[in-house]
Design a protein around this ligand. Structure first.
Ligand code: SF4
Length: 359
């Protein structure tokens, strides 16, 4: 796998010119947060354009030296019940299967662990399964990480089988960026797709949560990967992160949402970029500006393409960002750690640079 990915400055130099000072800067960044770019995704990048949006998502920049923000903006540590298992919202169990991803997105909110640490990754399924069986309010499990599809097929099969006979689970979600950054993981693994088809038809319905951020990521290969999944009785739904310089233009965001709808991917969430350390300065759009972008995007879309909710995954819950009028921004708790707050609407007066709200 690693043979085909760009992971070092030397490999990067085969694609683009770097000055000695850029090489020094990038080396020091990837010493903290490793780089990984698949061959497939590298071929989508316009290497002649330093501001290419796909390049920005995949290749480190000096803004990653900025340490403002936190590595755990959603309170994941507090929600951890056992190593590898988080339980934040009553109905959902979240299992971190791996700290590997096909491509290390530079804006990742789990930057603290992707390619860095295995401390939060599942190592003992037995205690996790006991917890899931005990908590009958949990209706679904989200397998995440990292990207579970970086694991060998046998490990994925084994993990899904463990969940198959928990009666109160209605469905299982798998969070993966493979259709977008490494579609051959799906199109070339007959065994995996065949197993998932049977599992989704006979055991638990599988939802694939994928992650398209830019219309140029919609290619014949990514469409093929999506088709393999949807033809195999899986629903494919998409989460986008609103990112400065990538998709913060309503025309681009609208093209993305209608493009994914066209290939059979359901728009699900657009996330406000979290104030993650080494991410915030380079990628976050302030909330008032973000509201305008989303409003304008919606105005260009049909009903299917605008099914997404614009949300922030906050330490207190998943908060829908409803819109803004002047300095006022309106919010509603879509999910909350405190069940009594679900559906609560509130407003905050924010200045134009604010990108996140206090608890
Ligand atoms: S695929 Fe997801 S978890 Fe992996 S680096 Fe990208 S954003 Fe982070």
């Amino acid at each position: 796998m690693d043979r085909d990915r760009i992971r070092t400055i030397e490999e990067l130099e085969k694609r683009t010119h770097l000055t000695p000072s850029e090489k020094r800067e990038l080396s020091s960044i990837i010493a903290h947060h490793p780089m990984a770019v698949t061959e497939y995704y590298a071929n989508l990048i316009d290497w002649d354009d330093p501001d290419d949006p796909l390049r920005k998502m995949a290749i480190p920049s000096i803004e990653e030296h900025e340490l403002e923000g936190s590595f755990d903006t959603s309170g994941e540590q507090d929600n951890t019940k056992y190593r590898g298992l988080q339980h934040k919202y009553a109905q959902t169990g979240l299992v971190l299967m791996t700290n590997s991803c096909w491509l290390h997105c530079r804006y990742c909110f789990r930057k603290r662990l992707v390619g860095v640490s295995v401390d939060e990754i599942v190592h003992d399924w037995s205690e996790i399964l006991q917890y899931l069986r005990r908590h009958t309010e949990i209706t679904n499990v989200l397998l995440s990480g990292g990207d579970p599809l970086t694991l060998p097929t046998s490990r994925i099969v084994d993990s899904l089988e463990k969940l198959a006979d928990i009666p109160h689970l209605n469905f299982v979600r798998i969070g993966t960026r493979a259709p977008v950054v490494h579609p051959s993981r799906i199109t070339e693994d007959e065994e995996l797709v065949k197993f998932m088809r049977q599992y989704s038809s006979k055991k638990k319905r599988l939802y694939i949560i994928t992650h398209f951020n830019h219309p140029r990521e919609i290619t014949p290969q990514s469409s093929d990967a999506v088709n393999r999944l949807t033809d195999s009785r899986m629903a494919v739904i998409n989460q986008t992160v609103l990112l400065r310089g990538i998709n913060d233009d309503p025309a681009v965001l609208a093209e993305l949402q209608s493009g994914i709808s066209k290939i059979g991917v359901a728009p699900y969430y657009i996330f406000q970029c979290r104030p993650v350390r080494r991410v915030k300065s380079g990628f976050q759009v302030p909330l008032r500006e973000a509201c305008k972008i989303i409003e304008e995007t919606r105005s260009m879309l049909d009903g299917i393409a605008k099914r997404f909710r614009f949300v922030m995954s906050h330490e207190t819950g998943k908060i829908e960002i409803l819109g803004s009028r002047g300095t006022r921004v309106y919010f509603r708790y879509h999910q909350s750690k405190d069940q009594t707050r679900v559906n609560e609407v509130f407003l905050r007066k924010l200045d134009q640079d604010t990108g996140w709200i206090d608890p």
